[in-house]
Design a protein around this ligand. Structure first.
Ligand SMILES: [Zn+2]
Length: 485
């Protein structure tokens, strides 16, 4: 198991330094913090900080699971590079509700931000997540709470879809002005109206114009007393952060606009609060592409590709350790018969064939099959030569070499049947690639590797060597090559 932890520990998203910056000295830092890892309600927090100090803006999306515009817009800003100020982004606050495409699961998360008390010990996952969000609200100067509301907010009643009780296409504040203890007055209406002026120049069609929506939450005659336990109200009165609710309309003709108008609004807010960044935030509508499912089988790591069928010893302990995918955040794993919305990290005994599905935002985008094999020998692996020195490497283990070394895959051990040994991403010189890499001298410095097959660690590139028989993937040996830069 130590081996697994070592490998997993190093498969970190390299968020630290962004290579698109020509001059690294001016680039900001990015950090991803994961709470409640491998649970249904995992929370990913992205912290982007510029070199130059400035305001801290918190963006929260996905409090409500059926409001995709909010989480797609928030996610878009995780890709920018901050030069001045700090962005804290929680794109998908309510992951279970997003998987189910429902507003909420147990309780409405945007009605759990009580001014007093923390509910981190609550039995409800919603309260545990709220406790985390509150922690970040306290670190922020400005909080933007992203939603997609029904109809269109209008200051006066027009019809059942356009009236003061609807939310769509509005920038919301709990009051016109807020007075902070230090005597500082912030004119929330004036800030919102500057954002709205810009938004309406983008929107163009008066039907979708934005309006300022002052919910007057704390006043006895407010028509929105339910907002007294909302994220925005807590931010303003419980944490003394400037807070706005941002709503696009569920009635917009395309999902694209539900995210796009949010992005325009956030951009304007960031300008007004002096956050400087580069990059053009765009909503990610691409379906994810699964590179590998990194699974552990009886404690051995195996690299499985989309649609692969992996053969495992009958009764093996199987677990998905990590989803490695392009556009894959936040992927969840679903193994039917296993309880819960996210089965990543859960151990399953393979005594019958199983399918494993990978989903993002409720949609399946990849799957693999796991099949128990009664006569599977556990002690299998590769016989290799590194610079002429013979070694045995069991499945799940790693071969570490430098670009100057010579690697030769001699044979397999523990298997009598016909198998193929395929170093993924390696294009053998001068001949047709038939997926068999035994008998070829591999000299990384000169060899041609296709990088999309690689997994990256800091300073290293890792390629899987998969052993397959006619029907099944039987196991992986990992080749770790020090990167050439
Ligand atoms: Zn909402």
């Amino acid at each position: 198991m130590a081996n697994i932890n070592r490998i997993l520990g190093t498969f970190i998203l390299i968020l630290g330094i962004i290579s698109s910056f020509p001059n690294l000295a001016f680039s900001g830092t990015k950090k991803e913090v994961i709470y409640f890892k491998n649970t249904d309600y995992e929370v990913h927090v992205f912290i982007l900080e510029g070199k130059e100090p400035g305001h801290t803006v918190l963006i929260v999306g996905g409090l409500h699971g059926d409001e995709s515009g909010g989480f797609l817009a928030a996610e878009a800003f995780t890709k920018v590079d901050i030069k001045k100020g700090k962005l804290i982004i929680i794109p998908r606050a309510n992951l279970p509700a997003i998987q189910l495409r429902r507003r909420y699961v147990n309780v409405d998360m945007n009605r759990r931000f009580f001014l007093e008390g923390s509910f981190a010990d609550s039995d409800l996952y919603e309260d545990k997540v709220v406790a985390i969000i509150k922690k970040y609200i306290k670190q922020s100067d400005v909080v933007l709470n992203l939603h997609c509301g029904s109809g269109f907010y209008r200051p006066r009643y027009i019809n059942h879809l356009e009236n003061p009780l609807r939310w769509g296409q509005s920038i919301i504040a709990d009051d016109d002005k807020i007075y902070f203890e230090d005597g500082k007055k912030v004119n929330l209406r004036a800030i919102a109206e500057r954002v709205i002026t810009y938004l309406n120049s983008v929107v163009k069609d008066p039907k979708y114009y934005y309006h300022f929506n002052n919910t007057r939450t704390r006043y006895p005659d407010s028509i929105h007393p339910e907002q007294r336990v909302s994220l925005s109200f807590y931010s303003l009165y419980g944490a003394r952060a400037i807070a706005f609710g941002l709503e696009t309309s569920k009635e917009l003709p395309l999902d694209y606009y539900k995210a796009y108008y949010h992005i325009c609004a956030i951009k304007r807010f960031l300008d007004l609060f002096g956050i400087v960044y580069t990059g053009d935030p765009k909503p990610l509508f691409h379906p994810p592409h699964l590179k590998y499912l990194l699974c552990s089988i009886d404690g051995h790591l195996t690299c499985i590709r989309n649609k692969d069928t992996v053969g495992v010893p009958y009764g093996a302990r199987f677990k998905v350790e990590k989803v490695i995918a392009r556009f894959g955040y936040p992927s969840v794993v679903d193994i039917p018969d296993v309880k819960g919305l996210n089965d990543r990290g859960k151990e399953v005994i393979i005594d019958s064939p199983k399918r494993v599905f990978v989903r993002k935002d409720g949609k399946v985008y990849a799957s693999i099959n796991v099949v128990p094999l009664p006569k599977f020998k556990e002690d299998i692996g590769l016989i290799i030569k590194v610079n002429g020195q013979k070694r045995r490497v069991a499945i799940g283990e790693t071969i570490s070499i430098t670009p100057k070394d010579h690697l030769y895959l001699c044979d397999v051990f523990g298997l009598k049947e016909e198998v193929k040994v395929n170093l993924l991403g390696f294009a053998p010189p001068g001949r047709h690639n038939r997926g068999e890499d035994r008998g070829v001298l591999i000299h990384p410095e000169k060899a041609h590797f296709i990088r999309r097959y690689a997994m990256f660690e800091q300073g290293y590139t890792v390629y899987p060597i998969n052993i397959t028989n006619e029907k099944y993937l039987l196991g992986t040996v990992f080749l770790r090559i020090r990167s050439i830069r």
